[in-house]
Design a protein. Structure first.
Length: 341
């Protein structure tokens, strides 16, 4: 059955007043919401025909209310939801763009490619966003869209998407912090962005890396004296001596790690990566996945960090290494040049 084959609906649209159309839509919406859990697919399709026909004949306020009421329903009429999501007025499109599960990835990509920033911002707030959708959001989105997407843990990001975020984050401290705190950021991009982050961002990153949200912390007393900072002074002096002698390299780091010399491992890693030792300490000891995200270049002997663009180009082909306790000598991605032997 097509909506144009419903005589009463034709008469309403042709001769009914705007107020009567709105009143009919309100009654139909309430009727659908009251019985949504009991309606089968044929019932839902019939409502879809009616809603879709009326949507083009009612004013913004009524469309907005319909969008708000249909957005959370798991079996909302598909075509009606699509038409609402494609509305030029974000007041109408916003509720379904943010919440409607009936919108497919293809629907969202089409809207993200054709609508403005307000529509993209609404999409970036969805509970789950697939990679094809986030790729478009990050390609077309403004600062607000990128920030919201970066902080959305339900947003899946492709390698290309992470590359875009990292490049944009280098000139946006707020975005950099949100990207660095994502547990799924590839290690090499984490390392590259961390080295360019401001001191303020690094300090906030240190604070966020503490395990206050862990199960142990949640069960601990409300007031606990903070642990004394670990003293790395001896390890730092030892590492600095190796650096001055031109002997500090990946092999030394591996040797420290294999001998479970933790202080020396942290000090060497901080020196080689030119990162404050406090950052390395917190990231290595925190329960968050980013604790081991200091990258190791597989290109032995280069002594320099791979260019972000070159990593992004081969990201789909190369697995990324993470330092925890490395087992084979490789070259640390360094910013600090080592003295000649």
């Amino acid at each position: 059955m097509h909506a144009s084959h419903i005589p009463e609906l034709d008469a309403l649209i042709a001769r009914g007043s705007p107020a009567k159309r709105v009143k009919t839509l309100e009654r139909m919406t309430t009727f659908f919401l009251d019985g949504a859990s009991r309606f089968n697919d044929d019932h839902v399709r019939l409502f879809d025909l009616v809603f879709s026909r009326l949507i083009g004949e009612i004013e913004t306020k009524a469309r907005t209310e319909l969008s708000r009421r249909l957005a959370p329903l798991g079996n909302a009429p598909v075509e009606a939801v699509r038409r609402l999501a494609q509305d030029h007025d974000i007041a109408v499109a916003g509720p379904v763009l943010k919440r409607a599960e009936r919108l497919s990835d293809a629907d969202l990509v089409d809207i993200a490619e054709s609508k403005g920033q307000a529509h993209l911002l609404a999409i970036s707030a969805r509970a789950r966003i697939a990679e094809p959708v986030t790729d478009v959001l990050l390609c077309r989105g403004d600062q607000d869209v990128l920030r919201r997407t970066a902080e959305n843990r339900g947003a899946r990001l492709s390698d290309a998407g992470f590359c875009t975020l990292v490049e944009r984050a280098k000139t946006d401290g707020v975005l950099a912090e949100k990207v660095l705190l994502r547990p799924d950021i590839p290690p090499r991009l984490f390392h590259d962005l961390l080295l360019t982050a401001t001191d303020a961002v690094q300090r906030r990153l240190i604070a966020s890396a503490t395990p206050e949200n862990s199960s142990e912390a949640r069960g601990a007393p409300a007031k606990v004296a903070p642990a004394a900072p670990r003293d790395y002074s001896h390890a730092q002096r030892r590492v600095e001596a190796l650096y001055q002698d031109g002997k500090l390299d990946a092999a030394i780091l591996v040797d420290f790690a294999q001998k479970t010399q933790y202080d020396e491992t942290v000090a060497a890693l901080a020196s080689l990566c030119a990162v404050p030792i406090e950052v390395v300490d917190r990231l290595m000891t925190a329960e968050r996945p980013i604790r081991s995200s200091f990258s190791v270049s597989r290109r032995a002997g280069t002594g320099r960090s791979p260019r972000p663009s070159s990593w992004c180009g081969r990201a789909a082909r190369e697995r990324q290494a993470r330092i925890s306790m490395p087992s084979t000598p490789t070259s640390i991605a360094c910013r600090r040049p080592l003295p000649s032997a």
